[in-house]
Ligand binder design. Sequence first.
Ligand code: KDO
Length: 332
Amino acid sequence: MTTINRRTLLASAAAGALVATSGAVFAADKITIRMSGPMTPSDARAVAMTDVFGPAVAGFATFEPHWNATLFKQGTELVAIARGNLDMSITSPQELAQIIPEWSIFTAGYLLKDAEHQKKVFAAPFMDAMKKGVEDKLGIKLLSVMYLGRRQLNLRQSKAELNVKTPADLKGIKLRMPGTDAWLFLGRALGANPVPVAFTEVYTALQSGAIDGQDNPLPTDKDSKFYEVTKQICLTSHLVDQNYIAFSKAVWDKMSPADQATLQKAADDAAESARQAQLKLESDLESFFKTQGLDVYAPDLEAFRTHVQGEYLKSDFSKTWPKGMVDQINAL
Ligand code: KDO
């Protein structure tokens, strides 16, 4: 697992900003938009990008997606866009927080409430300065928010072997988290021993026992077949997880206003389509996992919420959050 250090990221992003030319290839009248992400092609977000976004921009662009992190490793896409080597990705607040610490506000457990709340927060005026910061520092436009789902614990042990009621029950559990500081902190705040592993390696790590478990929303557990190599899902709902459709500002600035409007709408429509698909999957999947022999149950949610929120409030992360923003988020 490559550990990404904030100084390295900032340095390479700044260098990239100086030399940033368009990563997109401008043909006579069409551009090629290259996108990279770690999700599988059957993930609802990937399906929406392929079926909704691609056709909607086809009048002026060829959409060229690369799934399963085949073009860029998970977590390296932002710098690739900043350097002009990539045009688009689906990024996360955890990745943004590596470079711009205030984004860690959206990595805090038990803050956002649901998919609707996510949408309202993303559109709120107090987000303008946050988005502008990403444009100025990285040359990246965050076009739309994508709902990944409520993250749940998914462990190799059965409930009979490990009945998770409170964070104390996770002591010593090797919980895979993506390899950024904010993700690892979330793992610790849950009471576990976080281990950084790239998304594309998770299935094998569960299978071999290198890790005891991982956390992801139910649609991801199904799509990436984690249920084949685990025995329980504990419904902690500890993070209403969001991703953002990230687009190169250098490419955007070369487009006509009409094409910009079409691309913006395509991103919003793809995000909405994926959101509806994820929500439906989330409500259907509990029974599917039970039929696959997994224990699916809720822990003491109040114990998790109190513990996790307490850990964040006393952490260094919360010191970087824009003043008053937690209240503004809660008020929506
Ligand atoms: C993961 O690595 O667990 C994660 O769910 C983190 C998300 O922010 C996002 O990167 C996601 O992976 C990928 O899009 C793959 O689904």
